[in-house]
Design a protein around this ligand. Structure first.
Ligand SMILES: [Fe+2]
Ligand SMILES: [Fe+2]
Length: 248
């Protein structure tokens, strides 16, 4: 499935997460401090197709992203010894240390922004809740960031399912919460599912991001600050050319 495919596929499993996420945004009282989110969510549900010709008014700005981290970043990261903000900063730092380009550093930093938009409490997996966070931020970033950022975010959960299928050592190092969420997220891919995953554009970036994600749970690890990573996001946004898979 390509994000740029405007036809609605018979199997909605790939898009279903977006629809569910949109319904959650609509059901949320104050839009999590982001009132325009409701308009975006309604468009998702009404049009039942992606990508949407959204106006820029429904896009998150760098200030909105700063607001989300400043407001909600100190929520614990699902049973791990870090907060959501620390986890985002550490994932971004690991991407930088690995020499990733700005787009992948931005993806690493933003990969769990969906947790801040769809807040389900500190450890939703213990209540058997899959918050579908990999989809949640995408409707709000599509008009301002390219697929090189959005696709690794969208794929970072499936990347875990793939790595568990192709790398015997990988599953043994997952945290308890990651193992719990793996089951809720559909479990380990079959070999065929893993092969299909690996054929997708940005699959390799998603695998790299996933490994940084798994490591970014260290108590008191020093990183650059929020402004630094917002600066990376701003640099990517300011390039101005949104590359879509459908145009490739
Ligand atoms: Fe995640
Ligand atoms: Fe994460």
């Amino acid at each position: 499935m390509l994000v740029g495919d405007e036809r609605l596929p018979a199997d909605l499993s790939g898009y279903g997460g977006i629809f569910h996420a949109a319904e959650c945004v609509l059901a949320c009282g104050d839009g999590f401090g982001y009132p325009d989110g409701k308009g975006a969510a309604k468009l998702v549900i009404d049009q039942k197709t992606l990508p949407l010709p959204w106006s820029s008014s429904v896009a998150l700005t760098v200030s909105d992203i700063r607001f989300l981290f400043e407001q909600y970043g100190d929520v614990a990261y699902s049973g791990e010894p870090v907060t959501q903000l620390q986890h985002a900063l550490q994932t971004g730092a690991l991407a930088e240390e690995a020499g990733a380009d700005d787009e992948l550093v931005a993806a690493a930093f933003l990969h769990d922004l969906g947790h801040l938009l769809n807040q389900q409490g500190e450890t939703p997996t213990e209540r058997a809740v899959d918050d579908l966070h990999q989809y949640f931020a995408l409707p709000f970033l599509r008009t301002v960031l390219p697929d090189a950022v959005l696709e690794p975010i969208r794929l970072h959960v499936d990347a875990k399912r793939c790595l568990c299928a192709i790398d015997d050592a990988y599953i043994r190092q997952l945290s308890a919460d990651s193992v719990r969420s793996l089951a809720l997220q559909g479990g380990v891919f079959s070999r065929d599912e893993a092969d299909a995953f690996l054929l997708q554009a940005y699959a390799q970036d998603a695998l790299r991001l996933r490994k940084w994600d798994d490591q970014a749970k260290q108590r008191d690890r020093a990183t650059r600050n929020l402004s630094h990573y917002l600066g990376v996001v701003e640099r990517v946004m300011s390039k101005g050319s949104i590359v879509r898979l459908s145009a490739m």
